[in-house]
Design a protein around this ligand. Structure first.
Ligand code: PLP
Length: 409
């Protein structure tokens, strides 16, 4: 008799975005004439930068000719891309990361989900609340948690984000092995300064823990004092793995390209306390289970680092930040406390009522979709996330409608 991985049965039955889609579909069936504006999920709407498209076309043409055709590439990614990433995203910021510490992949979601398998199953994970659900669910699947009781998995150290701490959680008191951090944050839009991030790095070094640092939204950082990478902090290479993605950087959500950084100095331990480089484990995992991102996609990603590509990506992120500013200003003017939206495409709004009630209010009265904060964890109760990923005209219209509804409410 074939048996299942029963950890999957512990997972919560419904997924947040499926619930939202169901409610939106029911609303649209009931009101077919209404135009619903979606400021819910974090998908981009603008086309790829011209530099990426150009590189994509050229690479496709190379694939069409016998003399330039490419089959399997290196699993970790082509040197031409890894070199550019290391130089531009890290060395230029004083972070000593080499090209062979970069692993190119087809998504930060996969990397964030897969990395946990190189660590023991009996470690304790520290996970923020509210959270991007991938960190939590992949640890449930791996058997690192107990049952889901009263809205939380047993055995997980939840790090509460609250209005009081600005949604930057405090260091955990419990003994933890893996620590998940995400800045600029999804869903809250919160950011972390260098001094605060240093506390995390120092903590991980003292406890021999590892930080998994998700910087998928790095492109939106505008404040010159904020760190773009955890490796800007001294000693971080020993205790941190970082994840980046071209999804939000260059509109690659449907194109798929991302990377993880595993410095050679990053160390975990055997049960007997023997140090082991995480790089070797991740290299083994990546080359065994992954066969590389397609050549044209890597060429398109490399074009991000050309002078035109950099300018176009900046323009793209400026576009969404303009939306974010509008959303934040409007909701603040209406008297709602907001965080995010300045170095992030997400605005986290204290909606002063149940998250789903506010969601329904906006859907039914303003025909605008947001994301109920409680779907990201218990600490998200009473909040909603509004995303700036949409066309500016639609965001303007959505804000007009929201203003009318909330003024009257
Ligand atoms: N990390 C965070 C925090 C995200 O919000 C997302 C997507 O929304 C991802 C990773 C996924 O990125 P990718 O498209 O590269 O899989």
């Amino acid at each position: 008799m074939i048996k299942i991985n029963e950890n999957y049965l512990k997972l919560e039955a419904s997924y947040l975005f499926a619930d939202i889609a169901k409610r939106v579909a029911a609303f649209q069936r009931a009101h077919p004439g209404r135009q619903v504006i979606k400021l819910g999920i974090g998908d981009v709407t603008r086309p790829l930068p011209a530099a990426c498209i150009q590189a994509f076309h050229t690479a496709i043409d190379e694939m069409a000719r016998a003399e330039t055709f490419r089959g399997y590439g290196p699993e970790q990614g082509y040197e031409f891309l890894r070199e550019k990433i290391a130089q531009h995203d890290f060395q230029a910021r004083g972070a000593n990361i080499a090209a062979d510490e970069i692993f190119v992949s087809d998504g930060a979601k996969c990397d964030n989900g897969n990395i946990q398998e190189v660590f023991a199953t009996d470690i304790t994970v520290a996970i923020p609340d509210p959270v991007y659900p991938v960190y939590l669910d992949t640890n449930v699947m791996a058997g690192r948690t107990g049952a889901f009781v009263d809205g939380r998995y047993q055995g997980v150290v939840y790090m509460d984000g609250t209005r009081k701490n600005g949604f930057v959680p405090a260091l955990p008191e419990a003994e933890v092995g893996l620590i998940y951090l995400c800045f600029p944050n999804n869903p809250t839009g919160a950011t972390i300064g260098k001094a605060q991030l240093k506390q995390w790095v120092d903590f991980a070094r003292a406890r021999k823990a590892i930080i998994l640092y998700d910087a998928a939204y790095e492109i939106f950082i505008r404040d010159p004092d904020l760190p773009h990478s955890i490796y800007e902090i001294e000693g971080a290479a020993e205790v941190a793995v970082e994840f980046r993605s071209f999804s939000k950087m260059a509109g690659f959500t449907g194109t798929r390209c991302a990377y993880s950084v595993v410095p050679k100095a990053c160390t975990a331990y055997t049960a007997a306390g023997e140090p082991q480089p995480v790089h070797a484990l991740w290299h083994r995992r990546h080359t065994t289970k992954f066969n590389g991102v397609s050549y044209p996609v890597q060429r398109a990603a490399a074009a991000v680092y050309s002078s035109e590509g950099l300018a176009q990506c900046r323009e793209l992120s400026d576009y969404y930040l303009r939306n974010a500013k509008l959303i934040r200003n409007e909701l603040s003017d209406l008297g709602y406390a907001c965080i995010g939206g300045d170095n992030s495409p997400y605005i986290w709004v204290d909606c002063r009522m149940d998250s789903w009630k506010f969601f329904d209010l906006l859907l039914e009265k303003a025909n605008v979709v947001c994301t109920p904060g409680v779907g990201f964890g218990r600490c998200g109760a009473g909040y909603v996330r509004i995303s700036a990923f949409n066309d500016h005209e639609k965001v303007q219209l959505a804000m007009e409608r929201i203003r009318n509804v909330l003024r009257a409410a």
